[in-house]
Design a protein around this ligand. Structure first.
Ligand SMILES: [Zn+2]
Length: 328
C-alpha cells in the first residue's frame, strides 16, 4: 500500500532481531587406544555434530494467532508475526518501524509490482537505491504496507540465489520465516501482509486503515473464489472506469501492465480503504455518488466468507497509547 503522499527521511538503521548462530569448539581429548575408547570418540563426535546441527539452525520465529481487532489494539514495539485468525494462511508481520519494513520488503516490491522495473531480475543494492529515489521515495516510504503471495516470495528468494544477490539481515530473516512456513515449496498456499507500528508519519488510525487494506489482499491471494470475484468485477467495469483506476494506481507507482495487480488493488482501495487520505473519489476522477454505487455493487455480489462483513464494518479501536514513540 502506497503512502498517502509524504516522505520520511529518517535514516536510522533498525536491525531485525531473530537469527542467532552459535559455534561450538571441539574439546581436546587425551590420545588413547582401544576399541572402547574409539567407540566413545565416535559417540563424542556424533554428539558434537548433533549439538552443532542444533545450534547452527536458525532460531524458530514465534508466531501467534490474532484477529484484526487484536492487532489494532496492541501496536507492538517489536517485530511480531501472527497467523490471521479468520484465515491462518494469511500471516501478518508487524514491523516496529517503516524503515525495518522497507529494509525487509522493498527489494521484493521492486521485483514483484513496482512500475518500470524488471520482473525477472532482483535488484542489487545500488539498483534498488536508484529505483526508490526515482520515485522520490525513501526506504521507509516506498510502501506503507506490503502484501505478497507465497509464490512471489519463493520466486524472489530463488532468483536472488541464482543471481548471488547479497541479501541484507532483514531479508535473510524473511527467508527464514518463509522457509519455516514451508512456502518455498511449489504450490504452497499462503500470503504475507505487513504493517508498521504507529509512529512518525503513521498514526494509530492510519495503521488500522493500512491493516484493513492489506487484509483484503490476503483474502485475494488465499481464497480463489474471492480472487475470481474480483476478476469478474474488474471486467464488469466500463473501459473508462478501468482506465481511471489504472491511472490512479500508476500514479502510486504500481506496475499498470499487471492486470491482476490492478484489479487486486482496485478491490482493496475501493472497498477496504475508507480513508480519504489514502483513497477518495477525486483520485479516480469520479463523483462520490459513482464511487458509492461501485462499492455497493461490489459488496452486494461478494462471495459470503469472513471478509464480507469487513467491507462495511467500522475499523476496530486502536491502541490508546502507541507502544512505540520512536519515529520511523
Ligand atoms: Zn494494496
Amino acid at each position: 500500500m502506497k503512502n498517502p503522499g509524504f516522505d520520511d527521511d529518517d535514516a536510522t538503521i533498525v536491525m531485525v532481531r531473530g537469527v542467532a548462530a552459535s559455534v561450538l569448539h571441539p574439546q581436546r581429548k587425551t590420545r588413547r587406544t582401544g576399541i572402547f575408547l574409539a567407540g566413545a570418540a565416535v559417540l563424542s563426535l556424533l554428539a558434537i555434530g548433533g549439538a552443532w546441527a542444533l545450534f547452527s539452525r536458525p532460531a524458530i520465529i514465534p508466531i501467534n494467532t490474532e484477529t484484526e481487532a487484536q492487532i489494532d489494539a496492541t501496536d507492538p514495539c517489536h517485530i511480531q508475526v501472527s497467523y490471521f485468525a479468520p484465515d491462518p494462511a494469511i500471516v501478518v508481520i508487524n514491523f516496529p518501524t517503516l524503515l525495518a519494513q522497507g529494509l525487509t520488503l522493498d527489494r521484493v516490491a521492486a521485483l514483484t509490482e513496482k512500475a518500470g522495473l524488471p520482473r525477472n531480475h532482483v535488484l542489487d543494492n545500488a539498483e534498488l537505491r536508484a529505483a526508490i529515489a526515482s520515485h522520490g521515495d525513501t526506504i521507509s516510504s516506498y510502501y506503507y504496507g506490503h502484501d505478497y503471495p507465497a509464490a512471489s516470495l519463493a520466486k524472489f528468494f530463488q532468483l536472488a540465489a541464482q543471481e548471488n544477490i547479497h541479501l541484507n539481515p532483514q531479508e535473510r530473516w524473511l527467508k527464514g520465516l518463509i522457509t519455516q512456513l514451508g512456502w518455498l515449496k511449489p504450490g504452497a498456499n499462503g500470503a504475507i501482509i505487513t504493517l508498521p507500528t504507529a509512529g512518525g508519519p503513521v498514526t494509530p488510525e492510519m495503521r488500522a486503515v493500512i491493516l484493513h487494506h492489506e487484509i483484503s489482499h490476503g483474502a485475494f491471494f488465499t481464497t480463489p473464489a474471492y480472487r475470481q470475484y474480483a476478476v469478474s468485477f474488474w471486467y464488469s467495469l466500463t473501459a473508462a472506469d478501468r482506465a481511471a483506476f489504472t491511472n490512479f494506481l500508476g500514479s502510486q507507482g504500481y506496475d499498470t501492465n499487471n492486470t491482476m495487480l490492478m484489479l487486486n488493488e482496485t478491490q482493496a482501495y475501493l472497498i477496504f480503504t475508507r480513508d480519504p487520505r489514502f483513497f477518495n473519489a477525486n483520485a479516480v476522477g469520479m463523483t462520490q455518488a459513482e464511487i458509492d454505487q461501485l462499492r455497493a455493487g461490489f459488496i452486494a455480489g461478494m462471495p459470503n466468507f469472513w471478509l464480507t462483513p469487513m467491507a462495511n464494518a467500522p475499523l476496530p479501536a486502536t491502541a490508546a497509547i502507541p507502544a512505540c514513540s520512536a519515529s520511523s
